[in-house]
Write a protein that binds this ligand. Sequence first.
Ligand code: F6P
Length: 566
Amino acid sequence: MSQPQSSVSKLSFSRPDSPQWQALARHIEDLRTSSLAGLFQQDDQRFEHFSIEAAGLTLDYSKNFLTEETLKLLLALAEKCQLSQAIADMFDGCAINTSEQRPALHVALRSPQQNTVQEQAVHACLNKMQGFVEAVLEGNWTGHEGKAITDVVNIGIGGSDLGPAMVYQALTPYHVPGLNCHFVSNVDPAHLLQTLTGLNPETTLFIVASKSFSTLETSMNAILARQWFLDSGAPPNALSHHFVAVSANVDKAAAFGIDPANIFPLWDWVGGRYSLWSAIGLPIALGVGMENFRALLAGAHIMDEHFRTAPARANMPVLMGLLTIGYLNFFGAETQVVLPYAQNLHLFPAFLQQLDMESLGKSVHRDGSAVDTTTGGIIWGSAGTNGQHSFHQLLHQGTHLIPADFIVAAQTHYEQSAESLAQHRQLLANCFSQSQALMLGKTLTEATTELQAQGLDPAAVATLAPHKVIAGNRPSNTLLMQKLTPRALGSLIAAYEHKVYVQSVILGIDAFDQWGVELGKTLSTTLHQALERQDCKEEQNVDSSAFDSSTRGLINYYQKFCRNPA
Ligand code: F6P
């Protein structure tokens, strides 16, 4: 497919010795000494000045080390890096994945247009998905014994697992009754075999999801699943009722034994971690129905349009990306915590880990030269309020500066009682108060007064008060939505996808390749061969020239227990 020439490889990017970078560094040196609480005292309209609405989301970024001057300097940096050109290049289908010379056109997956070749292919695929989903949900696609499908097992890993699993979980209130989706990724046989426990082969549908159809984990799990199915006594010709695939590698999927009519397409211009919007989202579409899947796409498209058209100062993903560039490069932050105050979003941090860290965990620029900036941060987190009873201690009183993203919905799906509404209000109260506590902290005077009021003697007050001091001044964003609907979720995910792209453009790195994962894959093949050669039978020390002594020791340990199973 011919695609417009990318100008991305020719765009300039931020160099620490550039005037824009230097000006920002000088400004932030001063800003670091100010307190967030002080910034609020100076401007009691800070929320109005530093919050933004887009695509049904509101981002409150007022609790950041940020003034209009900071924004001006960050935006100057973005302009120097020709960010608006880079955004246009993405939507125009330019080869912005420069090391692999191809476009990254996930935005085409949620475009309602059918103008380009890619958009036409997307809509043809959506129609195929629609036909399949309706057939399964209406009982026209059945197992080989004519029984309706009750369980869908998605076999995939990385982008072929994390996105669909996260979205399916997030949209629990929209689940189609009578159909359960399961997600198996790990090569550990426990994952598949435990998932299959209690499932009925006659009513189970497997989706083998792999863009390449050559990923070790997925291939092995697919083989094990096929064996489980055939061991139930089903004839081989029943496989076509129970196994479908999503892949860009149709030949390999067909060679595995999937009926070509049941292979849903994928394209090289869709990165794995950006693929939940494609047929990789088939388990989502089955799990919540095609209408809700299309609403998810629509939400993402609204965010795409915002990202494509809004000026940088009023562009949510641009602001999110620039803030992160600032923390990682000028404040020495190494990690970012993501705190969805929504149990159904508990997989969101894991999804973001792949999206952000596989995209931005790079050490060279697009032209291969070494970076001289901090690229991707370490993403972690979990659902609130649970984290408050484990790692929030470190957020409040630890020695690291960890910018936080809070995510919360104003309404719950569970409005059936005054009690459930009150619980949801507690969720919001906790979310809002955590960002407040991170910002304000508690001074020694406050801690002392508090202890004195409890009637402690002066010596005890003096000893205990320092332990109760909370430095505060910890920055955070809060992303708000009315309700966690398919549409809002689509917008939320797209906002983070674009934020990551913004960071990559400023840093001058390729956000769409992942060469770093290759070495581990190659070495594991050699290791597996070594383990297999031992074959658990005879005592045989590993060829000492082939491995370092640690690896030899590990292989010998396996050999020992393999011969003597407990
Ligand atoms: O190993 C990393 C990776 O290539 C991811 O980028 C990708 O999402 C995952 O493996 C799965 O790849 P595939 O869909 O080709 O099985």
